[in-house]
Design a protein around this ligand. Sequence first.
Ligand code: F6P
Length: 560
Amino acid sequence: MTSPTALICETQAWKDLKGHVEDINKTHLRDLMSDAHRCESMMLEFEGLLLDYSRQRATVETMDKLLNLAKAAQLSEKISRMFNGEHINSTENRSVLHVALRAPKYAVIKADGKNVVPEVWNVLDKIEDFSEKIRSGSWVGATGKPLKDVIAIGIGGSFLGPLFVHTALQTDPEAAECAKGRQLRFLANIDPVDVARNISGLNPETTLVVVVSKTFTTAETMLNARTLRNWITTALGAPAVAKHMVAVSTNLALVEKFGIDPNNAFAFWDWVGGRYSVCSAVGVLPLSLQYGFSVVEKFLKGASSIDKHFQSTPFEKNIPVLLGLLSVWNVSFLGYPARAILPYSQALEKFAPHIQQVSMESNGKGVSIDGLPLPFETGEIDFGEPGTNGQHSFYQLIHQGRVIPCDFIGTVKSQQPVYLEGEVVSNHDELMSNFFAQPDALAYGKTPEQLQKENVSENLIPHKTFSGNRPSLSLLLPELSAYNVGQLLAIYEHRVAVQGFVWGINSFDQWGVELGKVLATQVRKQLHSSRTQGAAPEGFNYSTTTLLKRYLETSPEPKM
Ligand code: F6P
């Protein structure tokens, strides 16, 4: 057991795994894959979702040692403390209860001794009611027109999750039917180009703006909100805000100060981390406006099914726990700093960008939860593109360059199946042929001997040799319904939490984002005084001063 200050790397379990790396380095996936019993033990299923991690550079012994590490890290206790609402986000003194956002109405989940589920459902009921009014046209804009277009303003966790789910549902037949005649757009970047893109072709009379911000202080979101408020009021007059702007935030006082009626505000709570907030009004409101509440409720139920699995399933059969432990194995023991998230599903094209924030903002830490410097790396560099596009982009490196553990995600059923008469296979089978082939190409590779047998010329053999032994895992979903999208989200959220619990870090704060913002505030002040009083840049180093001078001297931006 680890005392509060002991680091996980001082445990015997960690040292055993360090020693075990040598054993694994004597193996090759080519051989490990020939052991059917091993492979069978590394496949598990939950509600038709099949996880295959047999192409991880791991043996049954490795998994036993990783489960020992979980014990040494008190993983079970830490998971319980999260579900019990303890203030595990110790540096912000907060609970971490995004699981409550998708809990059934009868569930009891307490924060500071109070069951939070009733207030969660109060907001969900308010969203259902409001989104129905907008979708049915009983709530109309300032000129009496239905609000069929929605722009959700938000950044980071107030943008990436909702965008991921929206993109996944757009081509789901049931959801697409519910979204007929409606548009949902996301305005995140403060680059005015993003404003131009979002309002192009839209009419303020038929547009509802949803301002989404946990703090309601984020500079980009608030300036974009003021910009779109101006777009609305210039066209429709100031009173139109009451009909055309609503908000989602934990800070309802600032929402009111902004000029949005608190009745038109949808709350969430400080025990929800921004990057874990898509199941709150942050995601549920814009998505319900587009698809109707009943579709979004299925998404919540999918996530909740994994919460129950995560909370109750023994670790050796627990999907998020095993994925979390395997990521710790790849990063801290096999030394792979990156992870490629490769959904063989165009509808999941915004999944990797969302998981980038969930994972890298959670586990990109340098000190333990007690503030001790860490003598080992934590967190991965996550990136990804849908298959098969990625194959024609960065797979060269993945196959013959540095080793990057890969997550292959596929679906049995296509959202939009296509079969051209006379073709060898359907378009989805063509896609999935690659989903099944790529993990084996990475695992087995191709040897010089195999190439010689194919009479490949000697000078090309080194170039055409594939080392193989490149780890991956495959997640096969029955389909990509709203329910499955919820399951996929929760699997990765809990996986990331497991990694942080094992590394002994606080995965739920993000102090590292603040310094850049503070320095940007100084530059903003400088730009203001330069543009209003012609003040020369002052108080910056030589390089920044030179860049600022060039920017100001050649900038077409308006004089204030
Ligand atoms: O700057 C990072 C961050 O704080 C993220 O953690 C968060 O998701 C994002 O900014 C947006 O914050 P808010 O929802 O408060 O506007």
